[in-house]
Design a protein. Sequence first.
Length: 685
Amino acid sequence: MANQVYKPNPAMKPSPHLGSMKEYEKMYKRSIESPEEFWQDIAKQFHWETPPTGKFCSYNFDVTKGPISIKWMEGATTNICYNLLDRNVRKGMGDKIAFYWAGNDPEDYSRLTYKKLLIQVCKFANVLKEKGVTKGDRVAIYMPMILETVVAMLACARIGAVHSVVFAGFSSDSLAERLIDAKAKVLVTADGVWRGEKLLCLKEICDAAMDRSKKLGHEVESCILVKHLPRLSAFQSRDGDGKVNDAEKSPEKRKAYDYQVPWNEDRDCWWDDEMDDASSSCYPVWVSAEDPLFLLYTSGSTGKPKGVVHTTGGYLIYAATTFKYVFDYHPGDVYWCTADVGWITGHTYVVYGPLANGATSVLFEGLPFHPHNGRYWEIVEQYNVNQFYTAPTAIRALMKFGDGPVKKYKLDSLRVLGSVGEPINAEAWLWYYNVVGGGKCSIVDTFWQTETGGHVLTPLPGCTPMKPGSATFPFFGVLPVLLDEKGKEIEGPGEGYLVFRRPWPGIMRTINGNHQRFEATYFQKFPGFYTSGDGARRDEDGYLWITGRMDDMLNVSGHLLSTAEVEGALSEHPSVSEAAVVARPHPVKGECLHCFISTKDGVQFSPKLVDDLRKKVREKIGPFAAPEYIQHAPALPKTRSGKIVRRILKKVALNDRSLGDISTLADESIIENLFANLPGKDLKT
Ligand code: PRX
């Protein structure tokens, strides 16, 4: 039952870091009343080459009082890579496994200890230096989920370079846009990768992106490639003797075998060739706590992605602390986050948070359904995973196969089950809790954003009584507030804009090259607050429930997209005169895209056009953004001043005729046509 409260399992072993709400409340109170001392104490476990010179935290959140600024530990110097690797090796954890790597096919796996990871990182840091990369330079990373991806990120951090990881599901146009905006000097990628049965030729996408970037005025100097395909079982014969058995290979595998990586002598080099000659020691570059660590692009409501900038010191302590408490990580545990490193979850909870805690994690390259629907559970059993972190969209997709594939595996090791990226519906929550967790695990429904750097609202395992679908209460140092449209604070139960009153150490600092946009996007609407863009409801017990985006953003399978971004892609098609995009509920993806298309005079709306438009969005943004529904709209509902009324389109997409007041429309008669042409209206959404 959705409104029921699920108490944490009192028999949880080892005992959780926080065993009761009383303990949480005490610690939370201290984090709010004395934030500087609270975080200072936490910072002590890490290495600071020099201490802060000024205040531990200084900030301005009020645009009316001057520029927005957020600083933690100003003047302190450190190196995050040193803290993640050298510090743990020095503590005697050199032989501890940092990552178990599980490939797309179960035959492909490996592991890496902290000591070996450090050596690889030092070597690659020297490779980057060899390529002319120095402190502050930007390095783009477009990679599969392989160990080299982590190595590349930490190598950047070691020398003070700023990484910009781009999810390897983005198209070449999207990658080019990000290469240009970041002014990336080097691009690190791989020859290709298998996603399930599909081969992705990453280098071809990178070449197209680098060509486009060059045409638009920015030239990437070097491209370093991991030779990934030849070492995989999919590339070799299944009988394991290293010889390729032609008869066994599918056309896709044949393609992989014949795949000749396109090459530019002046720019490209193989990772292994460079690593062969590189020294395995590399002294870390001490950077300021407020020096940038990475850029990560997220969708913006203008359609142009924003390069979210995270800095070093605050991000380190926030990633480390949220990881420890939210997953209740104890030494010896095996933790697994299924997120791709291309998203913020992969940054904070695949790389930085776990390594800062000296954790052992699983790094998974594949898909939940390949080669069978029980792949996730097979991995949990194989590695005795204690904490498992995934997205509601994956849970809903797996639920469709029933309990059978879960029940086949021994999942007793699980203690904490995490959810992230979108609201989790009660049905999925309960299935996760009962079937996957056997009714004994804590579910942590973690609400946060690329911008927040780490969890901001979340239950704590063994501590917070859970309500299915509620992100519950704030993490330490986080002060959420609900505001109404006029900016008036809502006390007690109610619903409004979710904003935050003050910074926590892991919050973003600016948007790459555009501080003004940073201020306008997050601080203008309600001076004095960081505006998340989400709405939330507070119930009678003080629990917070995220109600969804309050702006023109869509959340498809946990990936944020702006309507403007998709409309921009559709409008580029020569047959389109106008496009409007709205969100429509989807049983697995959470939300999907519903596009209304007006064609140019004389152009027929045809199935071919629908295919072309889908292709266009895949090319411009990436396959994950491909629209589910595309419908012809001879005319769009507009106000007399010509503004598209999305409210009406949302109703049409839902086949909901309770349109409310439509008297402001320039032409009401067009609406009937939209309902008549509605695709998929007989489907249950
Ligand atoms: O709308 C919220 C939703 O995802 C948005 C952030 O997306 P992104 O920056 O891509 O980061 C995703 C991973 C942290 C939020 O503005 N969201 C994220 N987590 C939740 C959520 N909505 C409801 N419940 C959550 N737990």
